[in-house]
Design a protein around this ligand. Structure first.
Ligand SMILES: Cc1cc2nc3c(=O)[nH]c(=O)nc-3n(C[C@H](O)[C@H](O)[C@H](O)COP(=O)(O)O)c2cc1C
Length: 176
């Protein structure tokens, strides 16, 4: 499969089959994909907490609010991505260059997770809206939570949508 084919197939799923569990080996493949993602100074400043069963439902509840993420409790698996400290060189680089490499690294890991999940026939949704403090307490996580990803099998009627994106002219320019 070409990468672009995977990217076209990946879409945010908000309609899961609650009765179809996710195989453990697929979750492992997803996390292994994140393990090989690039990161600043190869520091991998993140941690993945894979929540299943009742704990997944409790995490999902903590992603709901202002009408958002009502679907999250349908997903059998929730992956919570939290921050870990920078390695020294990445910390120095981030300070000197005033850049948030850790969030960038976590975004790349999330992209790998969602792409690998797609190849496994799974559907995902990256969630940026959640109760950080409560999920940390519930899951005994020491670093700030940056993203939560729902994972499961989409319901049959959840068809592939056409991608709505900015025109390339708004996203790039060529110089030289
Ligand atoms: C950092 C980030 C945070 C997001 N937060 C949420 C969220 O809390 N709830 C939700 O339903 N979708 C969320 N999304 C999904 C986006 O809405 C979605 O990726 C975008 O509309 C493009 O649609 P697609 O993923 O189906 O291609 C988030 C995506 C990203 C990358």
């Amino acid at each position: 499969m070409r990468f672009t084919d995977i990217a076209m197939e990946r879409q945010s799923c908000r309609n899961y089959n609650e009765d179809r569990p996710v195989e453990d080996e697929k979750i492992r493949a997803i996390i292994e994909a994140a393990q090989i993602a690039p990161s600043a100074c190869n520091g991998q400043p993140y941690f993945f907490t894979v929540c299943k069963g009742e704990i997944a439902k409790q995490v999902a509840e903590l992603t709901k609010g202002v009408g958002l993420n009502k679907f999250a409790t349908q997903a059998p698996v929730m992956i919570v991505i939290s921050e870990k400290p920078y390695v020294k060189s990445a910390a120095a680089g981030a300070k000197i260059k005033d850049n948030d490499y850790r969030s960038i690294d976590i975004g790349i890991a999330a992209a790998y997770i969602t792409a690998e999940a797609t190849t496994q026939g799974l559907s995902t949704c990256i969630l940026g809206w959640f109760d950080d403090a409560k999920i940390r307490k519930l899951c005994d996580i020491d670093g700030k939570i940056r993203l939560v990803i729902t994972v499961g099998y989409a319901n049959e009627e959840d068809k592939l949508r056409q991608k709505k994106r900015k025109d390339l002219s708004e996203l790039m320019k060529e110089i030289g």
